[in-house]
Design a protein around this ligand. Structure first.
Ligand code: PLP
Length: 395
């Protein structure tokens, strides 16, 4: 028997990927499964972006690039931050990585020591706690309920901070809830963070462009520019441009911290794929119509699926502000079905209704399910019908 590291034994494989894998296995066995577990847009990568990769390949851009990204892509990222976020960065403040997930991994490796605490507002994106734990730190989960709009409140934040707190993750709009913070709410959180200068702030803006309202996107440094010197802005092309498989994410932040993250990357993966970087550059510099088109499809589906869910007894769902997820509370349905956990409910729904969903426990929020509407209206209707039938069978 091989003795594995303590490190790897501390963490879990990604539960969202696990549901997708289980659904795929049942499908392979011939079962008719509607998947609402997907963490990626169902659209194809837009044509002009694919063409940019083909062109780069034809030009022979198939060698190592600078570890932190090509000059062209870093320039596109700097312009994107200026255009969309009113943030000014120099090339030394930008690091391109193999997906947004690697940006977060690099950040935790560069910043955290054993004994450090990381504030993770729940419901959270599944990887934050585990990536913090891989760096030896302790995630401190602070929960917000559906009634609180799934958003961290200043007094809850203050109560969670100790002398060991080194990092906080903010993710707006949020995976899994779709909730987005307003400028005022971020100002209130900033007021707390201002009193604790040892805390670095990570704002994960991955779903910035998938928002349904008219209000402009704001992150914590837009709300509190004085915090910029200890904030890392995380983003990527995966969700906005339907480019999850290309693996390009990026970070902008203080040069010293970005430099340390680059050092970690230089001894792990080196540069992200050269042709994927060319594609990401085209995505950021090119026509943004594709982003708006995908977003309006998600907005239409959001309304449809939330109405459909709320019409089912035992399910209560708030309208997401963005992303392609909603996060209904299903405690009523659990009671009807006679199960005592969202995980058990998820299994019953998969087995008896043929609908794959990710249980809320995976996101630190038991009693909920994450519904991904990154699928066609037709599939969503099929899923809603099956959920309705399941609820009435278990009335
Ligand atoms: N941040 C959030 C909130 C996400 O939901 C995801 C992907 O699911 C990521 C980061 C990572 O994205 P990538 O696929 O670029 O690694």
């Amino acid at each position: 028997e091989i003795q594995l590291s303590d490190r790897v034994q501390r963490i879990q494989p990604s539960p969202t990927l696990a549901v997708t894998a289980l659904a795929a296995r049942l499908r392979a066995e011939g079962r008719d499964i509607v998947g609402l577990g997907a963490g990626e847009p169902d659209f194809d990568t837009p044509e002009h972006i694919k063409q940019a990769a083909i062109d780069a390949l034809a030009r022979g851009e198939t060698k190592y690039t600078a570890v932190d990204g090509t000059a062209g892509l870093k320039d596109a990222i700097i312009r994107k931050f200026e255009r969309d976020n009113e943030l000014t960065f120099t090339p030394g403040q930008i690091l391109v990585s193999s997906g947004g997930k690697q940006s977060i991994f690099n950040l935790c490796q560069a910043l955290l020591n054993p004994g450090d605490e990381v504030i993770v507002p729940a419901p959270y994106w599944v990887s934050y706690p585990d990536i913090a734990m891989l760096a030896g730190a302790r995630p401190v989960i602070v929960s917000a309920s559906q009634e609180e709009g799934f958003k961290l409140r200043p007094e809850t934040l203050e109560a969670a901070i100790t002398g060991n707190t080194r990092l906080i993750f903010l993710n707006s709009p949020s995976n899994p809830t779709g909730a987005a913070y307003s400028r005022g709410e971020l100002e209130a959180l900033a007021e707390v963070l201002r009193r604790h200068p040892q805390i670095v702030i990570a704002t994960d803006d991955m779903y910035e462009h998938i928002r349904f309202g008219e209000t402009e996107f704001v992150n914590i440094v837009n709300a509190a520019p004085d915090l910029l010197e200890r904030t890392v802005v995380l983003n990527g092309v995966s969700k906005a441009y339907a480019m999850t498989g290309w693996r390009i994410g990026y970070a902008g932040g203080p040069a010293e911290l970005i430099g340390a993250m680059k050092k970690i990357q230089s001894q792990s993966t080196s540069n992200p794929t050269s042709i994927a970087q060319a594609a990401a550059e085209a995505a950021l510099n090119g026509d943004q119509t594709c982003v708006r088109q995908m977003c309006s499809a998600f907005a239409q589906r959001a309304r449809h699926v939330v109405d459909g869910l709320n019409a089912i007894d035992g399910i209560e769902c708030r309208m997401p502000d963005g992303t392609f997820y909603c996060f209904p509370r299903v405690t009523g349905l659990m009671e009807r079905a006679g199960v005592d956990s969202d995980v058990a409910l998820g299994e019953r729904l998969l087995d008896e209704a043929g609908v794959a969903l990710v249980p809320g426990s995976a996101f630190g929020a038991p009693g909920h399910l994450r519904v991904s509407f990154a699928t066609s209206l037709e599939m969503l209707d099929k899923a809603l019908e099956r959920l309705r039938e399941f609820a009435s069978r278990n009335a």
